[in-house]
Design a protein around this ligand. Structure first.
Ligand code: HEM
Ligand SMILES: *[C@@H]1O[C@H](CO)[C@@H](O)[C@H](O)[C@H]1NC(C)=O
Ligand SMILES: *[C@@H]1O[C@H](CO)[C@@H](O)[C@H](O)[C@H]1NC(C)=O
Length: 315
């Protein structure tokens, strides 16, 4: 009885998710703001050419938005005297970047079309434009998300995967968001760009056996057993290029995070990692499809939520 009602609930929830994503559309702003996409693209391109890592940071912002109460720009809500949002959570604190760039994009977009384009859509488009600016393949972003009036520190702490996660935990955390194991491996390929702080890989370089020894030695030079928590290391061999080098690194036991190397450690995802390492095209198309699915998690549409005027605070 209990399990029957759980499955009825699951079917209802899946139905709601399907309806919500069916309401997203590639042409959503074609009439209401035809310049929206070009405006976002040029601002992202300028930011990435000033600071290539910004492309990685914008891509990660969209992921951290979608995994916490859906792609609703909840991650952008800044703390105030009487509101604690997601930015102070363990995965986000001292780590997320790009809020100023998003505020700048929003200001440009408001100037061409006031009160029309959501911050959640800006994050989805900026993520795609970042991938493209760093050499990845273009894909079509579905639009029509609306912005939340709430955020959840609790969900940010519980739903974002930790770098200490093992393969089963990673599969489970993506599965709870409706994403397959293939989606999880493809999306992890986002770690082909960007940087990681020493605190997030220290335990890996002082003690894990499945790590390339020459690579470990070079990492230890800038990440000592204690201190230097914020020292950065590139996530793969080519941190400013959106390519498939990340997967080649995994084959050479050069996954920087514990969670990265879990994708190629004798388990069920080894074959897919080999396939992506040998085919940039297969990785590119699976990544694009997975980004579209991730971008439709828990979206607000129609007259739900609001179009924020400023991405960092509710209207
Ligand atoms: C599979 C589970 C994942 C885990 C455990 C994980 C964990 C992490 C950690 C710990 C960092 C470094 C943060 C820091 O040191 O400040 C990071 C960086 C990054 N993550 Fe992930 N991540 C995962 C999946 C993803 C996904 C799905 C995406 C996007 C689709 C993504 C995009 C990025 C990017 C681009 C960076 C570099 C950001 C920058 O340089 O500013 N990650 N991730
Ligand atoms: C060491 O960390 C600093 C601070 O994050 C960083 O700027 C530098 O590039 C790192 N050096 C090496 C060799 O990785
Ligand atoms: C360690 O990394 C180097 C450089 O990528 C590579 O040539 C070597 O095969 C790797 N070692 C192992 C055991 O994978």
């Amino acid at each position: 009885m209990a399990s029957a009602s759980v499955s009825v609930l699951a079917i209802l929830l899946l139905g709601v998710a399907a309806v919500a994503s069916a309401q997203l559309s590639a042409t959503f702003y074609d009439m209401s703001c035809p310049r929206a996409l070009a405006t976002i693209r040029s601002t992202v391109a300028a930011a990435v050419s000033r600071d290539p890592r910004m492309g990685a940071s914008l891509l990660r912002l969209h992921f951290h938005d979608c995994f916490v109460q859906g792609c609703d720009a909840s991650v952008l809500l800044a703390d105030t005297a009487n509101f604690r949002g997601e930015q102070g959570s363990f995965p986000n604190r001292g780590s997320l970047r790009g809020f100023d760039v998003v505020d700048g994009i929003k200001a440009q977009v408001e100037a061409v079309c006031p009160r029309t384009v959501s911050c959640a859509d800006i994050l989805a488009v900026a993520a795609r434009d970042s991938v493209v600016a760093l050499g990845g393949s273009p894909y079509t972003v579905l639009l029509g998300r609306r912005d939340s009036t709430t955020a959840s520190l609790t969900l940010a702490n519980s739903d974002l995967p930790a770098p200490s996660s093992d393969l089963a935990t990673l599969i489970g955390s993506f599965s709870r968001k409706g994403l397959s194991t293939t989606d999880m491996v493809a999306l992890s390929g986002a770690h082909t760009i960007g940087q990681v702080q020493c605190a997030n890989f220290r335990s890996r370089i002082y003690g894990e056996p499945n790590l390339n020894s020459s690579y470990a030695a070079s990492l230890r030079a800038n990440c000592s057993q204690s201190g230097g928590d914020g020292n950065l290391a590139p996530l793969d061999a080519t941190p400013n290029a959106f390519d498939n080098a990340y997967f080649g690194d995994l084959l050479a036991q050069r996954g920087l995070l514990h969670s990265d190397q879990q994708l190629f450690n004798g388990g069920s995802t080894d074959a897919l990692v080999r396939a992506y390492a040998s085919s940039a095209a297969q990785f590119g198309s699976d990544f694009a499809a997975a980004m579209v699915r991730m971008g439709s998690i828990g979206v607000l549409t129609g007259n739900q939520g609001e179009i924020r005027l400023s991405c960092s605070k509710v209207n």
